[in-house]
Design a protein around this ligand. Sequence first.
Ligand code: MRU
Length: 365
Amino acid sequence: MAMPVPPVIEWRDGAVRILDQRRLPDAVEVLHCTTVEQVNEAIRTLAIRGAPALGVAAAYAVALAATRVDGPDEATYLERLDTVIDQIIATRPTAVNLAWAAERMRAAAHELGTLADHRPTDGIRDPRESIRHGLLALAHEIAADNEQRHRALAEAGADLFASGQRVLHHCNTGPLATAASYGTALGVLQAANQRHGIEVVVSETRPLLQGGRLTTWELAQWGVPFTLITDSMAADRMRRGGIDAVIVGADRIAANGDVANKIGTYSHAVAAGAHDLPFYVAAPLSTIDFDTPNGDAIPIEERATEEVHGYGDWRWSPSDAPVANPAFDVTPHERITAIITEHGVHRPPYLESLGRFAAASDEAA
Ligand code: MRU
């Protein structure tokens, strides 16, 4: 199973290279994006996906935009860059890491522009050049910081699980979703397996099968034992005593601890509650949106009808069958036993336990 895997995303020779997750696990292919529209399309179509990885993708998309945009003067240049940043942010609305990274890059561009007005840096005279340099450096920093934080997060959650426990996991939250060596929820499970020996129950995650295609692929490479089930099998397995706990990632966590994550997460949370099982969420601080008071205020991405009519080239519904396809759902904070971040394990009330990190979240990757 083990094959050399290219980085999830990297900057090379002035372009953004993205491992195409739509093709996994059948093929390992890399997209070579020389335009921002190509990166945006990779994000929209889930060639790259997972909240933290989307943050890194947004950062490199802005760095790329900075090299493609031009203008007769610095003000026009920044104005045009702002327009492209807005387009990057619009690609996927739920995962807050994307907007968070893009806004960080925007703020840096404007700051670099002001600095360059007064003091050309490193002998670079054109302010646009110093903005381009600075933005690429920040994108690299966001990617590197991501690595550190996910390692800490995986370590922080590992002891929540005991030897032999069977832990249900939804969607994909491994390195493919974080663009780092460690995942969020899956990183915790990898660390827990190393320390104690556990088994993962992988829910396949309809409609785009991130669990069945990607999580199984990553767990097999790590040698972590797992069983793949369809989403609808989870509650029955809990009733039979075949699941001891649940852990998922998050696309956005509101200030009160409500969690938006892949559609199907809420069903698992309800079933876990009905069977007195702990329900954990693992996410870096950059996924917490302190400006969003609760889950009702989180925008939920609605995706194309074809994703529910079939998969790939196979259609099983009439092509005009009416469809609902929200990509995410919201799990209310009352159903969440604990939220794991790179700063440790946080328990309710989340307004307090997470709230004290509100200031730090601006810098968190
Ligand atoms: O639509 P996707 O595949 O981007 O959704 C991903 C998820 O819902 C993940 O659980 C979440 O982003 C956390 S990834 C560490």
